[in-house]
Ligand binder design. Structure first.
Ligand code: 13P
Ligand code: SF4
Length: 313
């Protein structure tokens, strides 16, 4: 038995013994997605975290995702295999700065992307993900001004789709999606003229403008199911290719070369921190565990529940 096989066997055994579930994001390593009980986008992972009856949730993703699971399931043990798995977008919005921004915009409803810390969620009226941001913003009466945080690119895209001029944006961004270059995408398109361009809305406006489809990771995956192209240029983190190739083995998925010549494509180094070894260790030791101060958790929960309730309406 190879060592990868023995780690996977250990993970499966520990999961059973401890009634644990592994939730993984589409950007994690292939082998991590392969051992997960559920793989999804941020919205689907939040729903799973709220609904699971497991005693332990191992969150194979970045810190804000594990924190969201703990906010929704406070009685469960939520483990984050690598607590250093951060998110540049979440980090671009710090609590004291955000409080000052809110104070400078009185009377605004606050919509925050789930890619935020618990402290930001506690200052938010309703959360959103890239799957439901349009629906969330449209649920707010058109005459009520809105603060949209922290992603300026997603915010600009939603502002353009809704035509809403009363929406102010926090100036945050994801370092992975901001790196995509329109020129490199168009060069690839010249080589593959029949390819459709699939873009995550965290990309810059000029990149979104060349897309055939704009959507969340789950949206991008679903689009390929309805569509009949043979080739796709995938403008998001390349971890998603594992699920794309699994679902659609007869299509070609092309990644966009990075503008950094030392890298092949734009990977999220935080998502890649989660390894099989770290998952096995987390299950064995039941650490590192996400812990939250209760009043902060309760304040943050309201904004996530407001988003999940909208889904049920
Ligand atoms: P999704 O909600 O589309 O999965 O996006 C999460 C994320 O972190 C994008 O960078
Ligand atoms: Fe955060 Fe960007 Fe990584 Fe998504 S890809 S987890 S937004 S740093």
């Amino acid at each position: 038995m190879t060592s990868a096989h023995s780690i996977i066997a250990r993970i499966r055994l520990l999961k059973q013994e401890k009634n644990a579930v592994i939730l993984a994001h589409y950007y994690t390593r292939d082998e991590v997605q392969s051992v997960a009980d559920f793989v999804g986008d941020s919205l689907a992972l939040s729903v799973q975290a709220a609904e699971t009856d497991a005693d332990i949730i191992v969150f194979a993703g970045v810190h804000f995702m594990a924190e969201t699971a703990k906010i929704l399931s406070p009685s469960k043990k939520v483990l984050i295999p690598d607590p250093e798995a951060d998110c540049s977008l979440a980090r671009s919005c710090q609590p004291a700065d955000f409080a000052a921004f809110r104070a400078a915009h009185p009377g605004h409803r606050v919509v925050s992307y789930v890619n935020t810390s618990v402290e930001i969620k506690a200052q938010t009226d309703i959360c959103c993900t890239s799957s439901n941001a349009l629906e969330v913003v449209n649920s707010i009466p058109a005459d009520e001004p809105v603060i949209f945080a922290p992603d300026r690119n997603l915010g600009a895209y939603i502002r353009q789709r809704t035509g809403r001029s009363n929406m102010v944006l926090w100036e945050g961004a994801c370092h992975v999606h901001e790196q995509f270059s329109r020129e490199k995408i168009l060069e690839l398109k010249q080589l593959h003229p029949g390819a459709k361009i699939l873009v995550h809305p965290e990309c810059r406006e000029e990149v979104v403008a060349v897309a055939d489809y704009v959507g969340s990771t789950a949206g991008i995956l679903a689009f390929c199911g309805w569509d009949d192209a043979q080739d796709y240029i995938v403008v998001t983190e390349p971890g998603i290719l594992y699920e794309m190739r699994r679902r659609y083995p007869d299509r070609n998925f092309l990644t966009v070369p990075s503008t950094d010549s030392t890298l092949c494509c734009n990977e999220c180094e935080y998502m890649k921190r989660v390894t099989l070894e770290k998952i096995a260790r987390a299950l064995e030791t039941e650490t590192p565990e996400v812990k939250l101060e209760e009043s902060l958790r309760v304040a943050a929960e309201k904004s996530i529940r407001a988003m999940l309730d909208l889904k049920r309406k």
